[in-house]
Design a protein around this ligand. Structure first.
Ligand code: ADE
Length: 491
């Protein structure tokens, strides 16, 4: 049914509620809350208010609906989905040979023995393989999602059933920070982020704890690394954090091929439209935008790029795309996908000049790229026309379709990047945490900086991946090595 629009669209979820077996254990002194032990919980103003455990009491959730919950241990949608989730995890394991290889390699050494790790990253089948690898290598793990619409509920249930402390469910708008807080109750030595929400919460609400107890962390995504570098530049980074996103075996593969494939997957699942012959506007021609444009072109779309960076725009031109401003692209596009990390890329003036039937989505980390409040202000009603697809009828009579509430369409409407490519990204996550644990055990303190990935780690991961794919490479002979290093060699 269509609803009249008065103000900004509510962030309600267009997904069917699942049946649940609620085990609402009463929330008592079950948590090992940080505050109880005197770490700083007062803190500076955090970006978003987050309920904290006071004197060991876990605050109530705001969200309604039913959950499977054991206080201080897990809160997922329905623990009965665990079997379904376990099969998905097994499927991912079979396609993540690098991660499984590292799991085997370090199993005996137990590098994380005695260490606690909190993670905030999309709860997918691939993430579950990473989480269970940390646990297999000795870590005590607590996990939350990093986006309200990216948790796979059966996978979350399987992790909970397997003994992982996890706080995550699909459609978690109201309790997003509640879940992050519950992972911090574990008092982590290590943090693992995708988008920096965990790091921000620890730094803003638990500054003393961050300064004195946390050994280090990692950050998965471009937007998160951007945030992290700003924090470090401001002198506000209290522990070392590896920029996993910037590994060659991450951003040249996951960001390009993972985002490219999964974004089209999300668009197709949400719309089922034909891509051939459509004008497809990609906002941002960085690694992610390049992947989306490449794959949309491969499906027969005509690509328009919008950019602020001349070199990225130039790369688009040499791929045979058109480059123009969003003001101009808005009039031509059939499908729009933002991949910039910047807010307000598509806004009121653009909605008003779009064609009837235009489809808009985002594949950037945050839901800020499409200004939905401005869309609501020029619309007279909206309705959910298909799962993850909302139809806005504008006051000018045209219809515009927004996918997945402007959240990352590849995870909200599809299953995220394929296991094969997450294999390398998550091998980087794991290797960085092993470095942090080993440095700690050796009594070494890494600087409180954003740390780049060792190229030897990239090479190890790429080589391992190639080996598991049955590929062989050439090796330089001694003579070839001498030749390339000979500054006198010439014509
Ligand atoms: N980010 C993008 N795709 C992902 C996936 N499959 N798992 C976890 N994080 C992701």
């Amino acid at each position: 049914m269509a609803t009249a629009i008065k103000k900004a669209p509510a962030k309600a979820v267009a997904k069917k509620a699942v049946t649940t077996n609620v085990q609402k254990n009463s929330v008592k002194n079950g948590s090992n809350g940080i505050h109880k032990n005197g770490a700083n919980g007062a803190a500076n103003a955090a970006p978003k208010a987050a309920p904290k455990a006071v004197a060991g009491k876990i605050p109530a959730k705001k969200g309604t609906g039913s959950f499977s919950e054991v206080a201080g241990k897990y809160c997922v949608r329905d623990i009965k989905q665990a079997e379904e989730g376990r099969k998905l995890i097994e499927w991912a394991e079979s396609r993540m040979p690098v991660l499984m290889h590292i799991r085997e390699k370090y199993k005996k050494a137990q590098p994380f023995k005695g260490l606690r790790l909190a993670g905030s990253l999309h709860v997918t089948k691939e993430t579950a393989v990473l989480v269970e690898t940390f646990a297999a290598l000795g870590a005590d793990v607590s996990w939350s999602g990093c986006n309200p619409l990216s948790t796979n509920d059966p996978v979350a249930a399987a992790l909970a059933k397997g003994g992982i402390s996890i706080f995550a469910w699909y459609g978690n708008h109201e309790d997003f920070y509640w879940c992050i807080e519950r992972t911090i109750d574990l008092k982590p030595h290590l943090t693992l982020d995708d988008g920096c929400d965990l790091i921000n919460t620890v730094h803003e609400h638990y500054a003393d704890f961050a300064k004195t107890q946390v050994i280090g962390g990692t950050e998965e995504t471009t937007t998160g690394v951007h945030r992290l570098r700003s924090r470090a530049a401001a002198g506000k980074l209290f522990y070392p954090v590896f920029a996993v996103n910037d590994a060659e075996t991450k951003w040249d593969f996951d960001n390009v091929y993972g985002t490219g494939q999964s974004t089209l997957d999300g668009i197709l699942r949400a719309t089922s439209v034909m891509l051939a012959g459509k004008t497809f506007v990609v906002a941002g021609h960085g690694h992610c935008g390049q992947g989306v444009a490449k794959r949309a072109k491969g499906m027969g779309s005509n690509i328009i790029i919008t950019e602020i960076k001349a070199t990225s725009a130039m790369k688009g031109i040499l791929e045979g795309y058109r480059v123009m401003s969003m003001d101009d692209a808005a009039k031509e596009g059939d499908i729009f996908c933002t991949a910039t990390g910047v807010k307000d890329i598509i806004r009121k003036q653009h909605f008003l000049s779009m064609k009837n039937g235009a489809i808009i989505c985002n594949t950037g980390h945050y839901d800020a790229e499409i200004n939905l409040a401005e869309l609501a202000s020029v619309a007279k009603n909206k309705r959910t026309i298909r799962p993850n697809c909302e139809e806005y009828t504008l006051k000018n009579g045209k219809k515009i379709f927004v996918l997945a509430e402007g959240r990352l369409v590849n995870l909200a409407a599809a299953e995220g990047h394929p296991s094969e490519v997450m294999d390398m990204s998550f091998a980087n996550q794991l290797m960085c945490h092993i470095s942090l644990a080993e440095a700690h055990k050796a009594g070494k303190k890494l600087p409180n900086q954003v740390i780049d990935i060792d190229p030897a780690q990239d090479e190890f991961i790429a080589e391992t991946k190639l080996r598991t794919m049955g590929m062989k490479m050439d090796k330089l002979s001694k003579e070839q090595l001498r030749y390339i290093n000979d500054y006198n060699a010439g014509t």
